[in-house]
Design a protein around this ligand. Structure first.
Ligand SMILES: Nc1nc2c(c(=O)[nH]1)N[C@H]1C(S)=C(S)[C@@H](COP(=O)(O)O)O[C@H]1N2
Ligand SMILES: [Mo]
Length: 212
C-alpha cells in the first residue's frame, strides 16, 4: 500500500487488510530466539532431505544456490506479537521452484524448515508451495541484514512470522506432520493470521479465538 492510499482511506483500508488483533509497524525491528550466526561461505550449504522422490539428498553450495532461478515478492509480514509490517519487498528463490528442482515423493504432506542452531518450523506442503513463499536472500533490493537472516531465510508471508525461518539451512520433506520449535512450545500448528491461529490451545475442536 502506498502512503497516499493510506492517508486517503483514513485508515479504513489499512484496517481492512490487517488480520485481527494486529497493528501496523513500519519499522522492521528484528526478532528471534538466540544469537545471530556467523556466515562462513566455505562451510555453508543448503539441503533438501527426507522423503524426496529419488530418496537422495539435494545439496547446494552458496555459489550453486546463487545460480537458481530468482523471483521477487512484496507481502505484508505478520508477527504473532501483534504487529504487521506492510509491503515488505523480498528477493530470492520461490519455494515452488525449489520443490520443482528437488521433487518430493508423492506421499509428502508437510515440510520442516530448519535454521541454524536447530530452530525449526513445520508447515503443510501446500502452504510451502504458496506463490508468496520465498527462500529469500534479499530485502529492499539488498542482501539480508545478518539479524534478518543473512545469507538465506524462509519467508512464508501468509502465516505468522515464526514460520519464516531465518538462517535457513535445510528443508525436510515429511510424510506426516511433526511440530517445530514454537509449535512444540504452545504456538499454533498452522498459524494463519487471518484465522488468528496464535496458540496451540486453539487447535482443540470448537476452541475459537485466542484467550489472550
Ligand atoms: N532462526 C530463527 N528464525 C526465526 C526466528 C528465530 O527465533 N530463529 N524468529 C521468528 C519470528 S517469531 C519472527 S516474527 C520473524 C522475525 O523476522 P525479522 O526479525 O526479520 O523481522 O523471524 C522468525 N524466524
Ligand atoms: Mo514473531
Amino acid at each position: 500500500m502506498s502512503e497516499g492510499e493510506e492517508a486517503a482511506g483514513t485508515g479504513g483500508r489499512q484496517r481492512l487488510r490487517l488480520p485481527p488483533g494486529q497493528a501496523v509497524r513500519y519499522e522492521h525491528r528484528p526478532l528471534h530466539y538466540g544469537r545471530v550466526p556467523t556466515f562462513r561461505p566455505e562451510r555453508w550449504d543448503f539441503r533438501v532431505f527426507g522423503a524426496t522422490e529419488s530418496l537422495g539428498t539435494y545439496r547446494w553450495t552458496w555459489e550453486e544456490f546463487g545460480g537458481l532461478p530468482r523471483a521477487d515478492v512484496v507481502r505484508d509480514f505478520h508477527c504473532v506479537m501483534r504487529f504487521s509490517v506492510p509491503d515488505v519487498p523480498w528477493g530470492g528463490v520461490r519455494a515452488a521452484d525449489l520443490v520443482g528442482l528437488a521433487p518430493p515423493s508423492p506421499d509428502v504432506t508437510h515440510v520442516m524448515a530448519w535454521g541454524e542452531y536447530g530452530y525449526s518450523a513445520n508447515m503443510r506442503l501446500d502452504d510451502f508451495l504458496d506463490d508468496g513463499v520465498l527462500l529469500a536472500t534479499h530485502r529492499d533490493g539488498l542482501p539480508l541484514a545478518p539479524e534478518h537472516g543473512f545469507p538465506l531465510r524462509l519467508v512464508v508471508p501468509h502465516l505468522y512470522g515464526w514460520k519464516s525461518v531465518k538462517w535457513l539451512r535445510s528443508v525436510e520433506y515429511m510424510v506426516g506432520d511433526r511440530r517445530g520449535f514454537w509449535e512444540e512450545r504452545g504456538y499454533h500448528n498452522r498459524a494463519d493470521p487471518w484465522g488468528e491461529e496464535r496458540f496451540s490451545h486453539q487447535e482443540e475442536p470448537g476452541a475459537g479465538p485466542p484467550l489472550q
